[in-house]
Design a protein around this ligand. Structure first.
Ligand code: ATP
Ligand code: MG
Length: 421
């Protein structure tokens, strides 16, 4: 036998039933985004490495150690996208879409070379939501309202915490970073290794540290909020006012700074305690400077990304959906009856688009066919034997209740209409 070629570490196969459930999560998110007026965009998975280096920032974990970068056959330096915002910004600039307010979402695979574990893989899926052209906190509130509606409808809101913070403007952060660096360097030897390195590369990220000792030191550190000017403070207060009006529950996390360089004003994360260390299921913020940074005219913007892998895991954990593959499983006793069976199946699918109708398509003993119907958790079977076909009827058997009766097509339709909500 030939040697089996295995998949690459961190690149999971996502199979049924999980794939089906993830697809349902994505359908729901796309529908909510449509209700808010966001439109789908499809962008390349591969971009020039410079795009990410310039937008996400050279000393972030993503660019520093997580990107899949390589030179292609022409020697161009390319990277698999680690996130979708940079590509979206590039696309709106390149396609001249900055004249008006525009709302987009990008659904697709992202790639980061991280240590694979549950809820963390090297290929993973996001739905990234971006809006260009609006400066007010009303937009930030709109984004949070999208998340609120999605998590409510997925029935996982009770397991999700919305954390928000304001990181103000770059100039305000410069002053804060200087004060933070000054304070932390007094405790340099007590910091964890990553934080010690970040003291020179990116002190803001030390606020993110999960190390107990570092967190202890941070408790008396200067507060970012004390460095925010009047404009930044108003933006944040406006956002809080909108959230209160919409009755969206949140907590302010003063240590929330996000890993990417391009944020300003609002940053936010939806977290859960149900998924161990991989607790952030969705995250984003405002990125007013990014369009200009990438060569476009100055344009305010904000966005966030749904982490589909973790959202689906959470949904399955706390509000699981059933594994049913078929509503009707259709059995025929021979090829002759199969002709009638496939026509009924066609007509049922046309009349009830929401139902899954599977034909067994093999003429085995009825017992064997019924076993297969059980395996796919069908709700009911329709049996086509010689007697049924000559009477233009089917034997309907409800697999939950055991109820069994002969029905014409009309009667079957009535039954479906009366039993489906
Ligand atoms: P983390 O702190 O868990 O590494 P992050 O801050 O790097 O997350 P973002 O860049 O904000 O994540 O991406 C938004 C969302 O995408 C995350 O909240 C998460 O749900 C998902 N995500 C990010 N990286 C991965 C990954 N390697 N595997 C699965 N999902 C991921
Ligand atoms: Mg990460």
């Amino acid at each position: 036998m030939a040697e089996i070629i295995q998949s690459i570490r961190g690149f999971p196969d996502i199979l049924p039933p999980l794939a089906t459930k993830r697809a349902a999560v994505c359908v729901l998110i796309r529908r909510v985004l449509g209700q808010f007026g966001y439109q789908a965009a499809e962008l390349p998975i591969l971009e020039k490495t410079a795009l990410f280096a310039r937008s996400i920032g050279g000393d972030t974990d993503i660019v520093g150690k997580e990107m899949y970068s390589f030179a292609d056959r022409n020697g161009d330096n390319l990277s698999l996208r680690p996130e979708a915002t940079a590509g979206m910004v590039r696309a709106v600039i390149e396609n001249g879409l900055l004249q008006q307010v525009s709302r987009f979402f990008v659904e697709g695979e992202m790639f980061r070379h991280e240590r694979p574990q549950e809820g963390r893989s090297r290929q993973f899926k996001q739905i990234s939501v971006e809006c260009f052209g609006i400066e007010t906190a009303a937009l930030d509130a709109e984004l949070l309202a999208i998340g609120e509606m999605v998590f409510q409808e997925l029935e996982i809101r009770k397991a999700v915490n919305l954390e928000i913070n304001s990181i103000g403007l770059a100039a305000e952060r410069v002053q804060f970073i200087a004060a933070l660096r000054e304070y932390l360097s007094r405790y340099e030897n007590d910091l964890d290794t990553d934080s010690k390195r970040r003291l020179t590369t990116n002190p803001l990220r030390i606020l993110d540290s999960k190390d107990a000792k570092t967190q202890e030191i941070l408790r008396s550190a200067p507060n970012l909020s004390d460095f925010l000017g009047a404009e930044s403070q108003k933006h944040f207060e406006d956002l809080r006012g909108y959230l209160e009006a919409l009755e969206i529950k949140y907590v302010i996390n003063p240590c929330l700074v996000r890993g990417l360089d391009y944020y300003c004003h609002s940053v936010f994360e939806w977290t859960t305690g149900e998924l161990g260390a991989q607790g952030t299921i969705c995250a984003g913020g405002r990125y007013n400077g990014l369009v200009e940074e990438l060569g476009g005219k100055p344009t305010p913007a904000a966005g966030f990304a749904f982490g589909i892998d973790r959202i689906s895991l959470l949904k399955e954990k706390i509000a699981p959906t059933t594994d049913k593959q078929a509503d009707f499983y259709i059995l025929a006793t021979s090829e002759k009856e199969q002709i009638t069976a496939i026509k009924w199946a066609r007509d049922l699918r046309a009349k009830f688009p929401e139902l899954a109708v599977i034909c067994h398509n093999q003429f085995q003993a009825l017992k064997k066919q019924l076993r297969k119907a059980d395996m796919v958790s069908a709700s009911a079977v329709l049996i086509f034997g010689e007697a049924e076909v000559s009477a233009n009827q089917t034997t309907y058997k409800n697999l939950q209740t055991g109820e069994q009766k002969l029905l014409s097509f009309e009667q079957l339709c009535q039954l479906i209409t009366s039993t489906t909500p």
